[in-house]
Design a protein around this ligand. Structure first.
Ligand code: DAH
Length: 344
């Protein structure tokens, strides 16, 4: 066999190998008795063995590369794929539990005419504290473990002190100053930030804040709204309870409890055991009160003419107070662990 004929055989073999879809391709071309081995055996008839050996080396490399390509692509035959079959189902995700709770809260308050608003998470500390009756240096500010943010503006010129909102009560200030004209019924839901982190706290969490301002608004309206929310969120029979407390921006101020829906607010299960979910029959959820006259004034409303109530608390807390929810570490909400999140 001449060198030229040998070269032609190599080219033909490569061409055939490329087109071949045989399921036993590897054995057929590169197997012990395969076509490559058979062609290699003919080298004995060739005079320039060195050149022929190089050609064979190259052929082997080409065949091996083809083998890899074919194994990666698979070598499906036309009969094995039915293109008319419906595609297999892709797993579909769902909303994060906090988003689910947020949607539920928004729709409950919407029934009462409260409109959802949102305000920046980075705010002037005047809106977060000052206009809420906590002047600079007021000790009450310490209750909110606030993140202060360095402002890129020229020092001295810009007097604004930026903070990551540690509560949603700044929404009250924004709404009163924006609308100027009651009636106001808002529900402000956003992320809030505090310097705290343990099994019951995350540095970023969510709060919602309600505000109603009009003529002749009083505590009974607040109580009615809280009872309505308790029933709608936790189920029929759930009641609210308000206990005297102190906040700078409300007078009078209260802490809010909801009756435990597992034991019906009695603290005891039907079998006489102490309710493990609440211990006392009530769960503390958040704060509320009648908007302080100083706050109304600071936001441009006349306290002689208008009055209002406000309330606010955490969505994580609201959510985990459902008796079918068991969460050992609240940080699990935000560590991206799908196994945890998929259960909701
Ligand atoms: N902002 C308060 C907090 O973060 C909660 C709160 C208390 C909101 C009383 C209110 C209120 O609107 O009236 O702890």
């Amino acid at each position: 066999m001449t060198q030229k004929e040998f070269q032609t055989q190599i080219n033909d073999l490569l061409k055939q190998a490329r087109q071949d879809q045989a399921p036993d391709w590897q054995v057929k071309y590169l197997g012990k008795k395969g076509l490559f081995k058979q062609l290699s055996a003919t080298i004995k008839d060739i005079s320039d063995k060195k050149a022929a050996g190089q050609l064979l080396n190259q052929l082997k490399k080409d065949l091996e590369m083809l083998a890899t390509q074919k194994s990666q692509a698979g070598t499906p035959t036309q009969e094995s794929i039915d293109y008319t079959l419906p595609a297999s189902d892709e797993p579909i995700g769902h909303l994060h539990p906090i988003s689910q709770a947020t949607e539920k809260i928004v729709s409950i308050f919407a029934e009462l005419g409260f409109v959802r608003v949102r305000h920046p998470e980075l705010d002037d500390d005047e809106n977060v504290f000052g206009r809420l009756n906590m002047s600079p240096g007021h000790p009450a500010r310490d209750e909110w473990e606030t993140f202060f943010v360095a402002h890129p503006g020229k020092p001295g010129k810009n007097k604004i002190r930026w903070v990551m909102t540690p509560h949603t009560s700044n929404g009250q200030v924004h709404e009163m100053m924006r609308l100027r004209q009651p009636p106001i019924r808002m529900i402000n839901i956003t992320r809030t930030y505090r310097r705290q982190q343990d099994v019951t706290h995350t540095q970023m969490f969510h709060q919602f804040e309600g505000l109603m301002v009009d003529r002749d608004v009083n505590i009974t309206h607040l109580k009615g709204v809280l009872d309505y929310f308790a029933r709608e969120f936790y189920g029929p029979g759930t009641k609210s309870r308000i206990r005297p407390f102190h906040f700078q921006f409300t007078e009078p101020s209260f802490e809010i409890d909801f009756s435990c829906h597992l034991c019906g607010g009695t603290g005891k299960l039907p079998n006489g055991d102490k309710c493990k979910f609440c211990k006392s029959g009530w769960h503390e959820v958040g704060g509320a009160g009648m908007v302080h006259p100083n706050v109304l004034t600071a936001c441009g409303l006349d306290p002689q003419e208008y009055s209002g109530f406000a309330f606010g608390w955490g969505i994580e807390r609201t959510y985990t107070l459902q008796d079918h929810i068991q969460i050992d570490d609240i940080r699990d909400f935000y560590n991206g662990n799908l196994k945890f999140l998929q259960q909701f």
